[in-house]
Ligand binder design. Structure first.
Ligand code: NAP
Length: 249
């Protein structure tokens, strides 16, 4: 009998939880606890860090987890590394469910940078209206470029105001549409967009909007992904669970 732990915080994790609930497969969804109002889920939810690799190993053993599905965001690199290491140590099956990266299309004006620091460095120079489509975690890194006016879009209203002298804040959890994002960019006179290469359709609206408006995008490439079995589809995880069951795991 399988006992599944999903590492979540993404649309894919919620879709997998729904698919497993439909099949009455025993699964728990784990959140880091970064958002105030996580979506209601059809499976039990646990919240908070495990306490590093050792804590996750303990959790996997205590809860008799047989299958660990890492459906975290592609930029949640620490959790993904911990998941691979802990699964190996605890003898638990492991798979990553992740969205494919976005790829530039005809008309896109992307500059690739390897990380947040690289994105910050591209903003040297005169004042512009910058859309920072990064979530709230890395916004303060842009305080070293205080000449710009930043448009921020967060899932929740932050408790502490962002540390940027000139900014506008939109609270919205999406999914977003390209028409809505075109309007937003026009309303705020956006000159440039800073984006992580998160992948996925809801968050892609801003890139389609940028293409339509001919705006440049600074694309932060993904951190390296640990060596692991990867699928891009919920059906891939279901298949993997089926195969694993056939092998008697
Ligand atoms: P991270 O840097 O890889 O992880 C930092 C620590 O947070 C981990 O070591 C772990 O703590 C805890 N953690 C992360 N994901 C967890 C989960 N699903 N369940 C329990 N603990 C978790 O991750 P992050 O970039 O801070 O992302 C945190 C969460 O937000 C993830 O669930 C991710 O899917 C979601 N998210 C991230 C981004 C992004 O751009 N990074 C965007 C959207 C959503 P311990 O070491 O104590 O176990």
């Amino acid at each position: 009998m399988s006992n599944i732990l999903i590492l979540g915080g993404t649309t894919e994790a919620s879709a997998l939880a729904a698919a497993l609930a439909e099949r009455h497969a025993p699964a728990v969804l784990s959140y880091a606890g970064r958002t105030d109002r996580p979506r209601a889920q059809p499976v039990p939810v646990r919240v908070g860090g495990f306490g590093g690799v050792a804590g996750l190993v303990r959790h996997l053993r205590d809860e008799r987890v047989t299958h660990l599905v890492d459906a975290t965001h592609p930029f949640a690199a620490t959790m993904s590394e911990h998941a691979v290491a802990a699964a190996r140590e605890a003898g638990v099956e492991h798979i990553m469910l992740t969205r494919p990266s976005w790829v530039a299309a005809e008309g896109d004006r992307w500059t690739h940078v390897p990380d947040i620091a690289g994105a910050v460095a591209t903003l040297n120079g005169s004042a512009r209206n910058v859309m920072l489509a990064l979530g709230r975690m890395h916004v303060d890194a842009f305080a070293v470029q205080p000449q710009h006016h930043y448009l921020l879009r967060f899932v929740d209203m932050p408790v502490v105001a962002p540390g940027l002298p000139r900014h506008s804040l939109v609270v919205d959890r999406g999914p977003f549409t390209s028409d809505g994002d075109i309007r937003l960019m026009r309303d705020h006179g956006i000159d440039i967009i800073i984006s992580k290469n998160a992948g996925g359709s809801g968050a892609q609206a801003k890139l389609i909007a940028a293409r339509s408006l001919g705006l440049p995008v600074v694309m932060i490439d993904r951190p390296p992904c640990p060596a692991a079995q990867v699928t891009h589809e919920v059906s891939g995880v279901l298949e993997w669970l089926g195969h694993a069951a056939e092998r008697g795991v």
